[in-house]
Every structure is written in C-alpha cells, then in structure tokens.
Ligand binder design. Sequence first.
Ligand SMILES: [Zn+2]
Length: 222
Amino acid sequence: MPDRIVGGRVVPDRRKPIKMEPLQALAEPVLEELYPGIWKRSEADIDQMLRLMYAGVWRDHRDEIVADIQAFADFHPVDEQRSEPAIKAWSQQCAAELEGEYSQSYYRIAVHVGLLAYVGHMRVLRAKITCDPGWHRIVERFHYACSEQPGYGFSGAGEKWGGLSLSYRCDPSGEETCRAAEAVAVEVAARTCERCGRPGVLRTGGWHKTLCDEHAGSRYDD
Ligand SMILES: [Zn+2]
C-alpha cells in the first residue's frame, strides 16, 4: 500500500488521490468540445494546419499561457467568480497583448480551453478540501506546484489547530519538492484569513482559527 503524507507525517494511503495532467493535456477534452475543427487530426493538410497552429502556440508560449491562467485564478479565488463569460473575457484580454493576428487567435483559444480545464479540475479538487474558502487558492497553488512530481496525488486539505493541514502522496524522488511546496502553503495560510483570504493571524481562546480582524470580530465579543 503506498504511503501518504499527512501534516508532515507519512501514513498508509487508503484513499484514491487526485492527479493532475499538464494543462495542455487537461485541455484536450475542452478543445474537442468547443473547437472540434482544431481538435480533430485529419489526414487532409488543411485540417492539420489548424492543429499545428494550436500546438505551436503552446510550444512557443507555454509559460505565458500558464501564467495567464494562474493570474485569472488569483484574481478570481472563489469558485462562483469563475464564470464562463469571465473566462472568455480574460482569454481575449490576454491575447490582445500579443503581436500577430494568428498568434492572437490561437493564444486566445489556448488560454480559453486551458482555463476552463483548470477551473473544472480545481472544482473536483475542492470536493476534498474541508477548510474555508479563504485558503482554497493556497491549496490550488500547492496542488499545481506538485502536479508534475513522480507519484504525486492529492488526498485532502483541512484546518487543524488553526493551521492548514495537507494530505497527499508522492514517490521518494518527488518528496523534496512536495514538502517544500507544502511548507510554503502552510506558511502562507498561517497569515491568511481562512474565511476570506485577506491577511489574518492565528486567534486562540477556546477555538484556534486564522482570521482577519473582521472575521475574528464576528466570532468573539471583544
Ligand atoms: Zn476574513
């Protein structure tokens, strides 16, 4: 039975973890649904052309595409904000900064399908997150940072004694990277309100919870 790391300790794993494919691969089903003309791999030269243009924009601009997707998620940390119109507008805005008409339209499509795939994947991830929404984005970033490590899989995230507790697994060769990403996530959560994501501090007194002044005020009568 493979091992799982929970709050820094290694324990036997009994749950099926969530893995994440690279964004371009994750976006393939969305591409097939929304842009079937690009998705299909026809023998006809004219059809292959569209596919090659799409693949080319990923090859030449992968880092920028990923950065634009992450930036959208940063600006829209709550799932309700991640609507399809917001995603479409974001992809158009990102592409407008590029030079060349062909690059622009394929860049827009890559961000569009990549973002829909990313948001959909994170929606699945949230089913295994029990802490409040203010920490969800921190967990997403941890998950993405670890996604390419060998054997990595996400099992869950929750709050424990006012701090963020992550549960995941990975092969020994990926452990150093995953533990480093875990340390970052735990450190950021320790100064982030678990309710709203704004700056917060650990509040004690009966309960332990990391909260901003506003949310701490609603918990206690000062
Ligand atoms: Zn708050």
